[in-house]
Design a protein around this ligand. Sequence first.
Ligand code: AGP
Length: 608
Amino acid sequence: MCGIIGYVGRKNCARLLVDALKTLEYRGYDSSGVAFFHDGVIETVKAAGRIENLEKKMENYWDVETHCGIGHTRWATHGGPTDENAHPHSSEHISLLHNGIIENYQELKAFLTEQGYTFASQTDTETAAHLMDYYYKQTGNFLDAVIKALGDIRGTYAFGIICKDEPGKIICVRQENPLLIGLGEGENFMASDIPAFIKYTKKYLVMEPGEIAILEADKVTVVDIDKNPIEKTPLTVTWNYEAAEKGGYPHFMIKEIHETPSILKATMLPRIRDGKVCFDDAELPDSLLKDAKSITILACGSAMHAGMVTKYVIEKLCRVRVDVEIASEFRGRQPLLTEDDLTIVISQSGETLDTLAALKMAKACGSKVLSIVNVVGSSIARESDYVVYTWTGPEIAVATTKAYSAQIAVGYMIAARMAYVRGLMDDAAFRSFTGTLLRLPELVSSLIAREPEFERIAKSYCGYEDLFFLGRCLDYAASLEGSLKLKEISYIHSEAYAAGELKHGTISLITDNMPVIGLVTQSHLIEKTVSNLKEVNARNARILAICTPPAESLLYFADDLIVLPQAPNEVMPSLSVIPLQLISYHIAVLRGCDVDKPRNLAKSVTVE
Ligand code: AGP
């Protein structure tokens, strides 16, 4: 969950390291720190809280001569967010940073304590610094010390390590957690994510589990644990530096919502040809979609909600059973998948640990895995048999918006192709469905243009502390996402309920003026959902209804009404989510919340 950066080259790198951390802050933001060579020693500066606190402490260092260093922004696991627990952690010869969890750190700590090491922090990571130092003293060799320590460490990690005696060198190693090497001219970088180095180079290597890289200004050497050299092919980043900047918007979240129409085009246009969806880029064989006896979708959070939308659409168009599983729950069971079943994995980051582990379990059952991923070369992409990329570019705000919209668009496309290859959709129906998809960017733009209307609604709902979302089927799936968005960024407690289920207990919470957001976009369910909203209206709830035109007159009793453009039922989540995202955004702004970096969260969840 943490952001990591390392630099070795000719530039003075104190400022560079801290600026790079700012681009990674979405990965974790409760404390940060840097360690860099200066005047023959390693200087370490660390600060609890946001990176501004680190910047203040760095004021005397901006111009010092330093050409090699490492930096870290933390999401606390072991030990609170304090200066002491912030990374890098140091021993006599070694300083290092870590993303992941060392599971046997208690055992290692006991051993190192016996050897005379003392601990300055409560972290698991500090054991790795001392352990490498212990082996460095024995071997006198930096790489050997790292390799020996790795043999003792159990857990998940990406490490960036420097050694006091080798000022122009960084050794980094990856097990579960992401690690990229940026390849520059006379300079090289290690980082958890591309935004940290895209300003300087677009060429990068993706490190695989077990690989160790030795970075110097003019060369990068990659070896395995036995020091055998590994040849790696560089990749090129496909987006520009500006994509990871706010571009004049006050927050990344609002910028990313505004990017949705162009993202939908990037995701869909290259794959829609002659009225048909084609997945040539993913080399997806039709047999995969045709022969699957059942489908299991694995994901977490919003990606799981995108999976719910995909389930409804596949089941409707293809008449195949689809189960959506929260990845962490799936892992705790004994799954019943076989090689006849298809697993679809959804993840923006491609690094979510529970999703990755669930994917591996599905593969072990013999199931083929098709993933819907945004980050190219990510762990989930690499572990999957087939990958459909969402091409949304970097998503920086912790609350996902454009990536969710792209995921459900890919879900519609998979459903349509599957229906076609199963003979359940003829050419004309395919053309009509893809025609609807091609209209989505324009319909979404028309909703984004109504932002002032949604901002007004946000003003009148921002003072509540509890709120309900109601919807049936696809509207329920969209409600789950609306509710998550609201609570994660505004800290208002909310619950999404299947509209028909409320009266089985939860309706007891509906009292005078309780806000209820009702989604009424599914033509065949209008009357039933309207009845459920009447039930809460009878208990004096305050109702905001989000509906399509046929439902408008039936919702005369709603306190506030948002009427969406008319579109087929299947794609309505792409439209209803826009006011839900914009209302959540404006409520969070009005409540003074840190929209892009909500409390306790991080963008990429690489712990269990
Ligand atoms: C949504 O706004 C969240 N930040 C979160 O639920 C996210 O969707 C989830 O952690 C899954 O992430 P992934 O798509 O990168 O796997």
